[in-house]
Design a protein around this ligand. Structure first.
Ligand code: ME8
Length: 504
């Protein structure tokens, strides 16, 4: 059996979740669901990053202990997953004792392999990023390019990770594995960072106490990024009843935002090489969801509240919107206005109407019974190869392109209704067979697109398929003509135009 292992970043617990976090989790969930449809054994991991300065600072600012803040916000991230219909197999918290023990074990091995030494680090540091900034990254006024806050000059006695010695192995990795990082712009960005010369990086922090203790020197804790990156590896060892590492390692896809490219595309493969572990197959880097032209973030206060959207329109609509509105891999603006437009024109008018018209006509003209006839050859031709094309896009994490392939068929079915005008056929004598064929084609086309839409719109797809009496969502029945519906049942509006609170 093929396996598929997909991850999201683990999110900082210094604040509550917002749409940016939901976005990455939704995308990873679409991939996980798609692979489950294909019969793969899937492991989908998400969780929270709980150590380090950003969390410790936020806790102290609120007058609570870091663990208390971590517990509170980890609970919110954990609760977000089912609200956005994410089917993660495990939720890791970096304060899990099993994670901590495994981090100590792996990083001790990295040291034993000769990649760690003691030294002094001095540089400009952003406490929100928990990261030192290179001179060419610093914004005017000595500010962080992401958070726009003033950087601090830090000098510290640390243990260092010998990143510089991985320059050549990393260049080789990028030469041999052209799809290690995608999209191409991010691949090029990471490669040029590598080529510009890698400096060794601090592996531990001396001044901090909120972290995983360094076993060989308890006055230090591990630098939060090394602790955090290792979650992808440690989780497999304790997420299940048995150790899943041998089954799922290495990951097929790390899905991340572009803000954390360097950690995943440079530090992470180097660390894995240093530990003697296999590298992930792909890192896919999506862009920022922007509001008013700025990265949406809690600290900037410009946030589209996913919970409010879900409350009013349902999680499916949110999942659809973010993957449709912003080409996955690029930056894009989101707004309540464009959300409402897509909800109305695409979900309600295109898919919702197609479903209600199709089911309504079968009920009106045939008392709910669907004739057992082959779909119209002309329409079937427009569905040829569709599941394969969708799968190829999802394999490349091209989630917006995959959705567009499917949506073109939703539109094709709506045109088919207009072309064939079943309401006219119903009035003409001698056209009974034609009407049977048109209705059977519509029902089967609707079923096929719905199976393909299931990873994006799981709840609506399940309701629709239930009305078609065909709950199978496996990829084996994603092609037009691969199943046959006998009977349809009434279906309340999938995407009501003016949804009442909580009804969608
Ligand atoms: O960076 N648009 O955690 P974090 C799109 N703990 N995606 C966004 C976004 C936006 N406006 N805002 C956030 C961390 N994201 C570390 C990660 S991994 C070993 C450690 C998403 O809470 C996107 O996936 O700051 C981004 O990479 C991530 O949230 C950052 O989450």
């Amino acid at each position: 059996m093929a396996t598929f292992y997909v991850t999201t970043p683990i999110y900082y617990v210094n604040a509550a979740p917002h749409l940016g976090h939901a976005y990455t989790t939704i995308a990873a969930d679409v991939m996980a669901r798609h692979h489950r449809q294909r019969g793969d054994r899937v492991f989908f991991l998400t969780g929270t990053d709980e150590h380090g300065e950003p969390v410790a600072d936020a806790a102290h600012a609120q007058g609570v202990e870091p663990q208390e803040l971590a517990d509170r916000n980890a609970g919110r991230f954990k609760a977000l997953a089912p609200q956005i219909e994410a089917t993660n197999d495990f939720f890791i918290r970096t304060t899990d004792p099993q994670h901590e023990a495994r981090v100590q074990e792996v990083l001790t091995r990295v040291r034993e392999n000769g990649h760690v030494y003691e030294g002094i680090y001095e540089g400009w540091y952003c406490p929100r990023c928990a990261d030192f900034k290179a001179d060419n990254e610093i914004e005017e006024g000595n500010r962080c390019p992401i958070h726009h806050i003033e950087l601090t000059r830090e000098q510290e006695e640390n243990y260092f990770f010998r990143l510089s010695s991985f320059q050549e192995p990393l260049e080789r990795l990028y030469a041999e594995q052209e799809d290690f990082v995608a999209p191409r712009t991010r691949f090029n960005e990471a490669l040029s960072f590598i080529r510009s010369g890698l400096r060794d990086v601090p592996l531990t922090r001396h001044k901090l106490t909120w972290g995983v203790p360094v076993p060989w020197d308890p006055e230090h804790v591990f630098y939060v990024w090394f602790d955090a990156l290792l979650n992808y590896y440690t989780a497999l060892s304790y997420a299940g009843e048995e150790d899943l590492t041998a089954i799922f390692w290495p990951p097929d896809y790390h899905i991340i935002g572009k803000d954390i490219l360097r950690f995943h595309a440079v530090y992470w493969p180097a660390l894995l090489m240093a530990a003697g572990l296999e590298l992930p197959r792909h890192v896919f880097v999506h862009g920022y969801l922007l509001m008013d032209g700025e990265k949406m973030s809690k600290s900037l206060g410009n946030v589209l509240d996913p919970f409010a959207v879900i409350e009013r329109f349902g999680a499916d609509a949110l999942r659809f919107y973010v993957l449709r509105e912003v080409p996955f891999g690029q930056d894009g603006s989101v707004s309540t206005a464009s959300f409402e437009l897509r909800y109305e024109t695409e979900l309600a008018n295109e898919l919702g109407n197609l479903a209600s018209r199709t089911i309504g006509m079968v009920q009106r003209y045939r008392a709910g019974k669907v004739a057992s006839v082959a779909p119209d050859a002309q329409l079937a031709a427009d569905f040829d190869g569709l599941p394969e094309r969708v799968a190829a896009h999802v394999d490349a994490a091209e989630l917006t392109l995959a959705l567009e392939e499917i949506w073109q068929r939703v539109r094709r079915l709506n045109r088919y209704v207009e072309e064939q005008a079943p309401w006219k056929l119903a009035k003409e004598s001698g056209r009974e067979d034609d009407l049977d064929r048109v209705l059977a084609t519509l029902v089967e086309g609707l079923r096929a697109v719905t199976v393909l839409l299931w990873p994006y719109l799981p709840a609506s797809a399940e309701r629709l398929l239930a009305a078609l009496g065909s709950s199978d969502v496996s990829f084996a029945v994603a092609a037009l003509g691969s199943a046959s519906i006998e009977h349809v049942s009434p279906l309340p509006s999938l995407f009501p135009k003016e949804p009442a609170a909580g009804s969608a």
